[in-house]
Design a protein around this ligand. Structure first.
Ligand SMILES: Nc1ncnc2c1ncn2[C@@H]1O[C@H](COP(=O)(O)OP(=O)(O)OP(=O)(O)O)[C@@H](O)[C@H]1O
Ligand SMILES: [Mg+2]
Length: 625
């Protein structure tokens, strides 16, 4: 116990001491003790007054002074118990105050988290199911102002079964907690968002409520979708690329082998007199080898690496030339109806490739008849298409409006369902037992390469109509000198044949000799240079893909030796592609493997005596431009 006598002393004491209890007289020499008391006392206080000072008592009570004493004997005797009681009351009051502060702080924290949370949160009555509160993120997600959202049943925005499950779990005494449930949330506009929802039971103002945390997945899902789509497209491009690599390999090796087969068959036929039976077998070998060459062309065409010799042609001519060949291969039950236009509708393109398009479409039409009676109608003509019509095309929807030459092939066959229709152009997609699934893939590659469009109409059981559109070419300047020109050119001279493949050297030199040339061969670039230095040659036939020194390098060195050297390039790759790779290296001609005697002769003629060729029927344009 510390005793002080004035208010002043008491104040000085307070600097060092925190009293647990204050007992004070009301009237002190330097003032009234009530002035020491404040609304928030730091310790319990007992005030002693003279008897009957009621007014003071009331003021003291207002200032939360615990007890007010009348100075009497009894009061002093009771002092220990009074102090004890005052301290106990003080302690419990302090506890209650601390609890209240803690509660207020906790509520404040919750409110801050609730409103600032980027996760949309809703609170609803567990029993009534009506929404009590929602945070800003939630209002944003659901596109509702808070005022409008409050009071609405929770199931206007969240799946009803979620709340039901929480109630059920709660009823079973299992806590009523639901975690990361995939669901939807409905916005004000009625739009569904993909979300996951977590629910938890909490108490708000003593009532059981449910707290729903909603994680919006819509954007993430969209991004995922876009990623998948991108991946799919990338895979498609990669597929095309690897097919291109495959095609290159096929063209190189396969075509070298075919050079030998076709060449030898050609040579053998030439050595046999007319009418010998074995000539037919040799012709059949040559035909079969040509079909193999066509197959390799199909793959090349799809990969956009097909042989590409620009010329002018008409669908009508292409179809007319084909029909004879087709009669034997089409289904016997098919009735072929031709509705070919006579109009001079010319298009620019590679005639061989365009023939392949017509051929593939008509073959498919025939196969669609499935050995039942049916009709195949082939139409050709010219039409004007506007951008709207073109936008409906499966291929070429982006083309400008204009005049187009069309080829239409319609059949009354089995037709296609949506799943087949979606995949017709996919390489190796086939529904046929012996199909290779390359026909339409090649059509696609060729039509794309010619800046054309494709339209398809098909119904299961109701037949199919394919229409291929190619841009109409501008009218030709000079008149086309068509018709047969007498072949009077007699090959002669010294040639150097350079190829790393022995079979090609063997048959190639024999073919060239048969034509009338003197031939020497070289197995690679080094040998070729040496041979050229040793003796003069009128022309060099040069393979492009060779080990150590390739064709391009050899060509450069030959040029350095003799700027006037004539070189005909030869490759299983295509001329158009080579133009890209060997731009600047002008050659006198190009010959694509595999070649027949006739093609070889024309190529040599174009290189050695271009003036002797009828201008419009040059079989291989030199390409060195
Ligand atoms: N006219 C058509 N009628 C019905 N289905 C067709 C028609 N044209 C194509 N199809 C469908 O498209 C698929 C792919 O055709 P595509 O020509 O590419 O391959 P294919 O004919 O099966 O084999 P191939 O490589 O021998 O041509 C066919 O298997 C067939 O299911
Ligand atoms: Mg086919």
């Amino acid at each position: 116990v510390t005793v002080v006598y004035t208010l002043q002393e008491y104040r000085e004491l307070l600097v060092h001491v925190e009293p647990a209890l204050l007992i004070t007289d009301l009237n002190l020499p330097d003032g009234n003790a009530l002035s020491l008391l404040s609304a928030e006392p730091s310790c319990p206080t007992l005030v002693m007054t003279s008897y009957g000072d009621e007014e003071i008592a009331v003021r003291a009570m207002k200032l939360e002074v615990r007890d007010q004493y009348v100075k009497s004997d009894l009061a002093f005797r009771e002092m220990p118990r009074t102090v004890d009681r005052a301290l106990r009351e003080w302690e419990s009051l302090q506890q209650a105050q601390r609890a209240e502060v803690a509660l207020r702080q906790s509520e404040q924290r919750f409110s801050t988290v609730f409103h600032a949370s980027p996760v949309p949160i809703l609170i609803a009555h567990l029993e009534a199911g009506s929404i009590l509160d929602a945070n800003e993120s939630c209002c944003e997600l659901l596109d509702f102002p808070l005022a409008e959202l409050c009071g609405k049943p929770l199931d206007t925005v969240l799946e009803r079964s979620l709340l039901e499950e929480v109630r059920r779990l709660q009823g079973e005494g299992r806590g009523g907690r639901v975690r990361d449930r995939e669901s939807w949330a409905k916005t004000r506009g009625g739009q569904d968002r993909s979300v996951t929802v977590s629910l938890e039971i909490i108490e708000v103002g003593g009532a059981p409520c449910v707290l729903a945390m909603v994680f919006d997945l819509t954007e993430r899902k969209q991004a995922e979708q876009e990623r998948l789509e991108l991946e799919r497209r990338m895979l498609h491009v990669q597929k095309l690329e690897s097919l291109g690599v495959l095609a290159g390999g096929v063209a190189h090796d396969f075509n070298n082998i075919l050079v030998a087969i076709i060449g030898h068959a050609d040579l053998a036929i030439g050595e046999l007199p007319e009418g010998v039976a074995v000539r037919e077998s040799l012709s059949a070998i040559k035909q079969a080898a040509k079909r193999a060459a066509e197959l390799s062309q199909q793959i090349l065409a799809y990969a956009g690496r097909g042989k590409y010799v620009l010329g002018r042609s008409r669908w009508t001519d292409i179809v007319s030339e084909l029909t004879q060949l087709l009669q034997s291969t089409l289904s016997k039950r098919a009735r072929l109806v031709l509705e070919l236009s006579d109009a001079p509708s010319f298009m620019e393109g590679d005639a061989t490739q365009l023939r392949q398009v017509a051929m593939n479409l008509i073959t498919n039409a025939s196969e669609a008849l499935d050995d039942k009676d049916g009709m195949i109608t082939v139409r050709t003509g010219q039409c004007r298409c506007d951008a709207r019509e073109l936008s409906r095309m499966v291929v070429g929807a982006e083309l400008p409006s204009g005049d187009y030459c069309f080829l239409e092939v319609q059949d009354s066959g089995c037709g296609m369902d949506a799943a087949t229709l979606a995949r017709v152009f996919e390489p190796f997609f086939t529904t046929k037992f012996t199909g290779r699934g390359l026909g339409m893939a090649a059509v696609l590659g060729i039509v794309r390469g010619h800046a054309g469009a494709i339209e398809i109409e098909s119904q299961p059981g109701a037949g199919t109509r394919f229409r291929v559109l190619l841009p109409l070419a501008a009218p030709a300047k000079a008149s086309d000198p068509r018709g047969e020109v007498e072949d009077t050119w007699r090959p002669q001279g010294r040639l150097l044949l350079v190829d790393d493949e022995p079979a090609v050297r063997a048959v190639g030199s024999k073919m060239l000799e048969r034509l009338g040339f003197q031939v020497e061969t070289a197995a690679d670039g080094v040998e070729a240079i040496a041979a050229y230095q040793a003796g003069r040659f009128d022309c060099v036939v040069l393979d492009l893909t060779m080990p150590t020194m390739d064709g391009a390098e050899t060509l450069k060195r030959l040029r350095a030796l003799d700027p006037a050297v004539r070189v005909v390039l030869s490759s299983g790759y295509t001329e158009s592609e080579l133009e890209l790779r060997f731009a600047g290296l002008s050659a006198s001609g190009f010959i694509q493997k595999p070649y027949t005697l006739m093609v070889l002769k024309r190529a040599m003629q174009a290189a050695l005596h271009p003036d002797s060729l009828p201008s419009a029927s040059a079989p291989q344009d030199s390409g060195g431009k």
